[in-house]
Design a protein around this ligand. Structure first.
Ligand SMILES: Cc1cc2nc3c(=O)[nH]c(=O)nc-3n(C[C@H](O)[C@H](O)[C@H](O)COP(=O)(O)OP(=O)(O)OC[C@H]3O[C@@H](n4cnc5c(N)ncnc54)[C@H](O)[C@@H]3O)c2cc1C
Length: 398
């Protein structure tokens, strides 16, 4: 086996597709039995749409049920503020597509399955590394039938923020801090509701409402540690603020029966100093956990995958062992975008989210259209839409 990848999230699935497409034998392991889990983020940005286009998958992707957001709005106590518009971005894709991530991952893995070198193992949880002669030579995984080994020239850990392989390799990421966690739940959507996906901010409270047609996927932000206190106070401690922020949900807030109906998602920003060991590479959140700020983590994970395939598909195809210097080239290329994006996320976390949740920020004094501020209007759409150093697929299909 040339390459084994742990983790069927955006990073792992996209890398598997790109490698299989370029003639590399690759096995992708996903610990769950499907991609149908929630809490994954729904945003596909122009940089990822461009990658799909380069792979000939944009048409198929756009046939998935999706919503396009050309403008990003913040709802305040005094009305909506347009924060950014992607309408004047360069390129064909001038919007963020909101697609449940399971649809995206099913599309990517189905596309990968068209290539003979691709193998997908679901319900397969990577649990250890095979080490020989000072290098990683594959991984161990568990499934319903027991524990197994896969030997490979390259092992890629794309197993997310709580990476098991990172721990097995003895690597500890540098924690860059996040002041909040996210309480995640859904409520039915009525035809008379507003029909976009938006951010709602009022002093002391902040939430995101994602329109998933028949229901609202809602993310209510709490200060770190605040969820325990909230649960002690009972479900009204959540129902009350949500109905206060979005009064039109008041008629159905009672459907949030108890805290069994919600999940709390830990937000973290961290980064490995070194993304590799001999025979082992970390990409996506396993290398650099992203905050939900700007909704760009999926896109960074995809861009990591594209850079990895561009740099490593050739050597992997040849079957020769991959020198660690080649793995370092992936880190050199992708560390700067991760670093800059995380720095921007921390600025927003500290200047906006932290202050909003502690009632030190009231956005209702903002002008209704921030896109009229020329510098902001130039920088924000490019940063959000294309990100820092967008990657293009240069590796050929074989
Ligand atoms: C609350 C919250 C909301 C977010 N919202 C957004 C958003 O709207 N848009 C956005 O772009 N980003 C968002 N992000 C960030 C985004 O989720 C991540 O940056 C992105 O998912 C990283 O992709 P990944 O493939 O590296 O990891 P993941 O998406 O975490 O995928 C890792 C995969 O590996 C699997 N796995 C884990 N361990 C193992 C194992 N041992 N063996 C096999 N498989 C394993 C997991 O099941 C999972 O499928 C959000 C983050 C948080 C915390």
């Amino acid at each position: 086996m040339s390459c084994v990848i742990a983790g069927g999230g955006p990073a792992g699935a996209m890398l598997a597709l790109l490698l299989a497409r370029s003639g590399v034998e690759v096995t992708l392991l996903e610990k769950h039995g499907d991609f149908l889990r929630d809490f994954r983020g729904d945003t596909i940005h122009p940089s990822t749409l461009q990658v799909l286009d380069e792979l000939g998958l944009a048409g198929e992707f756009l046939r998935l049920p999706h919503r396009k957001a050309y403008d990003l709005y913040l709802a305040t106590d005094r009305g909506d503020v347009r924060m950014a518009t992607l309408r004047r971005l360069r390129g064909r894709y001038r919007y963020v597509a909101f697609v449940p991530q399971w649809d995206f991952l099913n599309l990517i893995t189905s596309a990968a399955a068209r290539y003979p070198g691709f193998r997908l193992l679901m319900n397969a949880e990577a649990c250890g590394l095979i080490r020989e002669g000072g290098a990683v030579r594959g991984l161990r995984y568990r499934d319903a039938t027991g524990e197994h080994e896969i030997r490979a020239a390259l092992t890629v850990a794309a197993d997310g923020r709580h990476s098991v392989l990172r721990e097995r390799a003895g690597l500890v990421p540098q924690d860059l801090g996040a002041p909040m966690d996210v309480v995640w739940f859904r409520l039915p959507r009525e035809p008379r509701d507003r029909d976009d996906t938006f951010l709602r901010l009022s002093p002391g409270h902040m939430m995101v409402a994602i329109n998933r047609e028949s229901y609202w996927q809602l993310a209510y932000l709490v200060l770190k540690g605040g969820y325990d206190e909230m649960t002690r106070q009972g479900i009204d401690a959540l129902r009350g603020p949500v109905a206060g922020l979005l009064p039109w949900l008041g008629d159905r807030i009672g459907q949030l029966g108890s805290y069994d109906d919600v999940s709390v998602l830990t937000v973290m920003i961290n980064r490995l100093r070194r993304w590799h060991r001999p025979g082992l590479l970390f990409i996506g959140d396993a290398a650099h956990a992203m905050s939900p700020v700007f909704g760009v983590g999926i896109n960074l994970a995809v861009q990591d995958a594209v850079a990895t395939a561009n740099l490593l598909a050739g050597p992997l195809r040849s079957g020769a062992p991959i020198p660690e210097a080649a793995l370092h080239r992936v880190q050199r290329r992708r560390m700067p975008p991760a670093r800059v994006t995380q720095a921007a996320q921390r600025v927003v976390q500290n200047l906006v989210i932290s202050r909003a949740l502690t009632r030190r920020l009231d956005p209702s004094g903002l002008p209704p259209d921030l896109t009229r501020i020329p510098l902001l209007n130039r920088v924000a759409p490019r940063f959000i839409g294309h990100g820092v150093r967008p990657e293009h697929v240069t590796v050929k299909e074989l």
